[in-house]
Design a protein around this ligand. Structure first.
Ligand code: ARG
Length: 457
């Protein structure tokens, strides 16, 4: 029997059931559904809709249903369309007719989105904690590599020398913004829709504010028609998660390139790399490729959520049932990825010598131009002069520092003996000591700021 069969002569066809039923995936929200129902039974009793004794019977029954879900003893029946139907059906079997009073003034429209918001609030906290663990792993690794030099890239062309700590910390700040976004999304998720009814509100005078508070929400919604159809929180959380996945994917891409033997900057720990079934020498960065690959799922799911919302008319629409698998998959994917990415960071070997060997003198061309600036030449001219010097060195097949001083002087009289000092990667890095720069002293301050942030959140 369905919950809504009264008006129909025939039960739904089996093919419709297969399309319509959501229990297979929304059963994940059993704890939120039952917690919400317990709070709702109390609210009904406070409003005088139920006697205290009736509420106690319902609450006791709901706790027994919860125990069945938790122990795996819950047995679903063919009519269990969704988690709400299943819980109410089982409750009524356990406590009898009074079970039929629980849904007074409530609709599955306000119930489902209450459950889903509670579920999303928990999940946001879990991903936040995993994001924080990754940030801690990045800081710990960075602290060991404040003086380790590596080539920095733009357009993936060698650009200027940086430190490994600086590169690692760049991901810390992406994650800091990701976590802030998830906190923001959490605040807007923590708004209770319960007591909105199907669309028009609650006719029995329940205290919605107190009900919201009991369930762990920050506040309750102000418009019942909006509340039952509002899936903004799902899209917002989805965007936060998709962007976080995009950041992890960038790290994955870096690592695929940097672990390639042609560069060999880092080596993944045995536990976090995979081999080939035919080529014995292979050490593949599968977890990093999967990080890139799985990010695509999240981008797709986010697009799906936004598309789901845009075409729906006022009030609740069954389209919204599609929200849950999308959001579940996004959280599941990140919960799978984040621990592996953290472990990759904590266990990878940093091949200092390879990083050093990859530093070419062309990375100091900007420093050379800045040398001329310090001698009084306008930067635009200095840039041109050094460009000519780079061309000459390339034509001669020598490194920049091998150009004779007379040759340099022919390009600009500002060159002097002290130009030799410019050809030091350490010097180049040390010069960039203002806030946010790659100089060891600046990176130490960066790391201190990062630790202060982690101590707060
Ligand atoms: N399973 C439904 C969902 O996820 C629950 C709400 C159903 N409401 C309704 N009026 N059919 O959206």
């Amino acid at each position: 029997m369905t919950l809504w069969g009264g008006v129909f002569d025939l039960p739904p066809d089996e093919s419709l059931r297969r399309l319509n039923d959501s229990f297979s995936f929304d059963r994940r929200m059993y704890a939120q559904d039952i917690d919400g129902s317990i709070a709702y039974a109390r609210a009904l009793a406070r409003a005088g809709v139920l006697t205290v004794e009736e509420a106690d019977v319902l609450i006791d029954g709901l706790r027994r249903v919860l125990a069945e879900f938790e122990s795996g003893a819950f047995v679903d029946q063919p009519g269990d369309e969704d988690i709400h139907t299943a819980v109410e059906r089982r409750l009524t079997e356990l406590v009898g007719e009074v079970g039929g009073k629980l849904h007074t003034g409530r609709s599955r429209n306000d119930q489902v989105v209450t459950d889903f918001r509670l579920w999303t609030m928990d999940a946001l906290r879990r991903v936040d904690a995993l994001g924080k663990a990754l940030q801690s792993a990045l800081v710990a690794s960075a602290e060991g590599h404040i003086d380790t030099l590596m080539p920095g890239y733009t357009h993936f062309q060698p650009a200027q020398p940086i430190t490994v700590a600086h590169w690692l910390m760049s991901y810390f700040w992406m994650l800091a913004r990701d976590r802030e976004r998830l906190h923001d999304a959490w605040r807007r998720t923590a708004v209770s829709p319960l007591g909105s009814g199907a669309l028009a509100g609650h006719p029995f005078g329940i205290d919605r504010e107190l009900l919201a508070d009991e369930m762990g929400f920050l506040s309750c919604s102000q418009n019942s028609l909006d509340a039952v159809a509002d899936r903004d929180f799902a899209a917002e959380a989805g965007f936060g998660l998709a962007l976080m996945a995009a950041h992890l994917s960038r790290f994955g891409e870096d690592m695929v390139i940097f672990t390639n033997p042609a560069l060999g900057f880092f080596t993944l720990d045995d536990r976090y790399s995979t081999g080939s079934s035919i080529m014995p020498q292979k050490r593949n960065a599968d977890p990093m490729e999967l990080t890139r690959g799985k990010a695509a799922r999240l981008l797709g799911r986010l697009t799906g959520l936004l598309s789901m919302i845009k075409g729906t008319p006022t009030g609740y629409n069954k389209d919204y049932q599609e929200d849950k698998e999308a959001v579940f998959e996004m959280f599941d994917t990140l919960e799978l990825l984040l621990p592996v990415v953290s472990a990759v960071v904590s266990t990878m070997t940093v091949n200092t010598a390879k990083l050093r060997a990859a530093l070419g003198e062309e990375l100091l061309a900007t420093d050379l131009a800045e040398y001329l600036v310090r001698k009084g030449l306008p930067f635009r001219q200095a840039h041109h002069v050094v460009g000519r010097a780079v061309r000459e060195a390339q034509a001669e097949g020598v490194v920049l520092s091998a150009l004779p001083l007379e040759g340099l002087r022919a390009l600009s009289p500002h060159f002097d003996e002290d130009v030799r000092d410019v050809f030091s990667f350490e010097r180049s890095v040390a010069m960039r000591s203002t806030t946010g720069g790659t100089a060891p002293e600046a990176v130490r301050r960066q790391i201190a700021a990062a630790k202060a942030l982690l101590a707060n959140r």
